[in-house]
Structures are given as C-alpha cells and as structure tokens.
Design a protein around this ligand. Structure first.
Ligand code: PMP
Length: 427
C-alpha cells in the first residue's frame, strides 16, 4: 500500500486534531484518499512518512521559492538560533529586512511585520478604515485574504474547496461591511461604488488570484481598479501574500505598473518561517500604533529566526539577476509541455500562468473569475488527475482552487518526471 504509514498517522491525528489537520485543505477531503504525511523536504522534493519522494509543486503554498531547506538559509537560521529564539524587543535585524523591502517595493515607505498573511490583511483593512474613516471594503468573489471575519465572505482557497465560502461564526454586522465584486469586472466594481458613495474604505485584491486556481487580471483590470479607487477616495490594497517577491522583486506593482496604497506580504518574505507584513506610504503608516491611533501588535512579530530566514531568502533572490527569468522559464516549459500532452490526449483544458504561478482547469477554454473556475473544478477530472500524479510522485495542490508554486529547485530532471506522469494520466 502506497500510503500505509500516512494512513496510520492520519487515524491517530484525527483523534486529537480536528479533521487530523491544522489547516483544512491538507485533509484531502475534496480529492479523496489519505492525506500524505511528510517528514522532510530538500530542494525540489518532499519525503513522506513511507519514505516516498515527491516533486513538490506546492512548496509550502509559496514560501519555498528557492526550493526546500536551502543550505545558505539553513545555516543562517542555525546561527541565529544560537543567539536566542525570541526576545519581544526591537532588533537590528528587523530594520535590515524592513529596509531591504522598502527600498525594493514601489510606493511603500514603511512596513510592519506580523506572523501570517491573515494578520497582514486583517491589519491592512483596519488601517485603511482608520485612515479613511469609512467602514466598507470591496473584495472579489473567489479571492482569499486569510481567515479573519471580514474576508470569509465568498472566500476562495479551502473555504471554496469545502463549499463554505461564507463561514458560520461571522456576524451579520461584519458581513455587511464586505461588498463582493466579480474579478475582472470593473463595471461591477464601479457600480458598487455608485451605490455606496463615500462609504468604501478600500478595495482589496489578489493582483494575480491564486485562490480560485490561478486567475490573471485581464483588460487592464488592475489599472482600472486604481482609477476607480482614486476617483472615489478609497485605498487600493494589493494582497501580495502570494505574488510578493514571486512575480518580481517589486511584486505585482512592478509587474503590472500599478501603484497600490497598501501592500500585504507573507510566504516568501518569511523564507518558510511564519511571517506576514503590511506596508504603505508614510502618511498611511503614521496612523498605526504607537505613532497613530490604529492598534495592531504581536508577541512574535519580527521574530529573529523568522526575520533571518526571510532576509537570507530575499538576499539570495536579489543576488541572482536571472532568478525570475529562470523560474518563469521553468513554469513556461511546464505549461507548454503539459498542454501539449493533454491536447494529444484530447483533454479539453486551460492552463493559466503568470510568472511561477500556474494551474490547470479542465473542461474549459477560459477562466477569468470564480464562476468560471467553479464550473471547471467540479468536473472531477481534477481529482483523478491529482491522485494519479500523486501516485507517480508528483505533489500538486489537493484542490482545483489552488495554484502551483514553482521553485528554483525544479530542474530538467523534475520537469521530465512530471511530464512522464502527465503522459501516464488516464481519464
Ligand atoms: N492572502 C493570500 C493571497 C493568500 O494566498 C493567503 C494564504 N494562502 C493569505 C492571505 C493568508 O495567509 P496565511 O495563511 O499565512 O494566514
């Protein structure tokens, strides 16, 4: 049996942990079968509890952009650990990473570190509300900005996978301040502004959506969003938890040439440690405690091990002038070659790709918003594809509403292994 030890571990885990997992999508509920329990990771590979290796296309849901356990990052963390794990005081290291990010990301003067993308987005909208004196926000159907109450309305990612995009436990009062628009539909956004004049603090968007599968902004959607926000005195929040330092060192703002008012980060900036952050120009960040009235804090914020892992990761990326070209090229090759094989099989599909993010939608030619993703994901070909790829040693996200993250550790050998698995796919 392929997943014998994982199966036993899962049985045991379910006794003590709800659903046996600490984050729902890990339970493989929508794809079926036993969730694979991993015990180590190096470079392009994960190793499971049964000692099977997998080419990893999740990469911890984005952070492991260099591949797993990069030796330079590992050594930096080990050295840092010798100086203590957490002080709850300011450190020089926090300023070092803050400066690196502020100097390289457009339109931000200051950055505040937190411990997750959820905290980053939750704090960003509080700051936007404090700054504008308005209550409502616009988010897009199928976008995910973490699990804080305001965002669990038509949320993507695991919330969509499990069919509960509107979670019980979110009060009506909170829900009514979150207005939902359709991704890539600027008229819809303009319409919502017309009906809520002077009430909308901010629009929050994944500049490339990764939580309804990978969905790209089309027809100058981001540029138009900026204009609608400006015209209405609302802030534009780019949730760059996935795209930050992945699409480019300056993130989606650099890639698309659109200026955001607040930017949130996570994943890559922590190098695999629990980190998030939010950043903005000075006049907005001045509203934040201790200088301003908008409160936000964290016991482990700016944790030295996490800052060291993040700083070292960012420095490694920055030192390789060809870094993004290489991972983007790998992703392009996967897109073209997988597409070719699926076409040869006569399997209708659409691959969406931007930079080193991509995903496959089956039984469709186009996915530009959540409804189109939904129509594709529920063909169940995805689940079959996922299981067969897994059995052949290729670890894909266990939901059609997730994005593949390609790491710098994926080389020709891993691409060949992946293509061979796709060739073997029977549907
Ligand atoms: N925003 C986006 C765009 C995300 O993809 C995620 C997580 N996948 C989050 C926010 C929340 O981050 P975290 O899981 O670290 O809380």
């Amino acid at each position: 049996m392929l997943y014998q030890r994982s199966s036993a571990l899962f049985d045991e885990a379910q006794k003590y942990i709800p659903g046996g997992v600490n984050s729902p999508v890990r339970a493989f509920k929508s794809v079926g079968g036993v969730p694979v329990f991993m015990k180590s990771a190096k470079g392009a590979y994960l190793t499971d509890a049964d000692d099977r290796n997998y080419v990893d296309y999740i990469n911890s849901w984005g952070p492991a952009i260099l591949g797993h356990t990069h030796p330079v990052v590992l050594e930096a963390i080990q050295k840092q650990a010798e100086h203590g794990f957490s002080y709850g005081t300011p450190t020089e290291l926090e300023t070092e990473i803050a400066k690196l990010i502020v100097d390289n990301v457009p339109n931000i003067d200051q950055i505040r570190m937190v411990s997750s993308g959820t905290e980053a987005c939750m704090s960003a909208i509080r700051l936007a509300r404090g700054f504008t004196g308005r209550d409502k926000i616009i988010k897009f159907d199928g976008c995910y900005h973490g699990h804080s109450d305001s965002f669990l309305i038509k949320a993507g990612s695991g919330a969509a996978t499990f069919g509960n995009p509107n979670s019980p436990g979110v009060t009506k009062g909170t829900a009514q301040d979150t207005l939902i628009a359709t991704y890539n539909d600027i008229e819809n956004v303009a319409d919502i502004f017309r009906h809520n004049q002077g009430e909308i603090a901010a629009v929050i968007v994944e500049p490339v959506a990764g939580n309804m599968g990978c969905v790209l902004p089309e027809n100058n959607f981001l540029q138009n969003l900026k204009k609608v926000c400006q015209d209405n005195g609302a802030l534009l929040i780019f949730d760059e938890v996935m795209t930050g330092f992945r699409l480019a060192f300056g993130g989606a703002q650099e890639t698309f040439g659109v200026d955001a008012d607040i930017v949130t980060f996570g994943k890559v900036i922590g190098g695999g440690m629990p980190v998030g952050a939010f950043a903005a120009r000075q006049e907005i960040m001045d509203y934040l405690a201790p200088n301003g009235p908008v409160y936000q804090a964290g016991t482990l914020s700016g944790n030295p091990l996490a800052m060291r892992a993040g700083l070292t990761t960012l420095e490694l990326i920055k030192s390789d002038k060809d870094f993004y070209n290489k991972i983007n090229k790998t992703t392009e090759t996967l897109d073209f070659e997988i597409g070719k094989i699926l076409n040869e099989k006569g399997l209708k599909h659409r691959i969406n790709r931007k930079g080193s993010m991509m995903s496959i939608f089956f039984e469709t030619n186009k996915v530009s918003n959540f409804q189109e993703a939904y129509d594709s994901v529920y063909t169940c070909i995805f689940n079959n594809f996922f299981q067969q790829m897994l059995a052949n040693g290729i670890y894909l996200p266990p939901s059609g509403y997730e994005t593949w993250f390609i790491s710098a550790a994926i080389q020709d050998a891993e691409i060949d292994k992946t293509l061979e698995a796709v060739r073997r796919f029977e549907f």
